[in-house]
Design a protein around this ligand. Sequence first.
Ligand code: AMP
Length: 282
Amino acid sequence: MEIIRIPHIVHDTSNGHLLHGRSIGFVPTMGALHEGHLSLIKRSKDENDITIVSIFVNPLQFGQSEDFNKYPGDIEGDAEKLRKEEVDILFAPDKSLLYPEGFLTRVEVGKLSEKLCGAFRTGHFKGVTTIVAKLFNIVKPTRAYFGQKDFQQAVIIKKMVKDLDMPIDIVVCPTIREHDGLAMSSRNLYLNEEERKAAAVIYRCLVQTSEMIKSGIISKEKTRRFMKEKLLAEPLVREIQYASIYDPETLEEVEAADKEALLAVAVKVGGTRLIDNMLVKA
Ligand code: AMP
């Protein structure tokens, strides 16, 4: 595996592969890699000639009071995992090469970025779309892989690619979970033992709510009440930021889950913000 830190070297390498007719799969990450990330990488390996993974903790997508400075990082451990997966290139750019002094441009996908997590993390998705657009321009992928775990992010990236005519297939892969259903996340490392156990309530809530909807109870009010009750039954759930049913394309809250709906949750367990979601059909 080649480790490249300089954007234009990745760009030239990708151009070379594309000229030879090779497809490029790309998996952007912020590191602290777990099985969720690796599932995206395996899919990219299956579907492309070359797989490029990036590791970059993007300051632009963190709010002032968020965890940028303590975000978990282990570049050596991550590189080892990527070697085992036989990734072709690890792109681990230096911050100053991506955001040199005087960097001004932002890429923003309007309305969709204000819903759900966007309402609680001002500017977050603008940071995400700006870095992903830059990485796409550098890596020039044929396909790029994202997790359903960050459902809103995937919807926004798909919209950006469509609106900006980027010739890239966005592939959304299923959420990989721990044995008790908790969605794998680098931020799970912040949880202490008790909080880690308590966090399983999120997946239980999603499963029970989807069963309720499948049994025919589909109104927004009932769904919201049910989810709130389930989540607050766990005392370490400190705050529910949202928990309801949404249209999976517009991300608007829907009155009833009468066609395919997105169940989505954001809560704080102890001091850690966790998100999860599930698609459900009544
Ligand atoms: P991150 O490093 O958290 O920015 O995540 C990088 C990519 O991995 C994103 O596309 C995430 O949606 C995806 N991802 C994170 N956790 C999981 C998971 N548990 N299952 C599947 N994909 C995931």
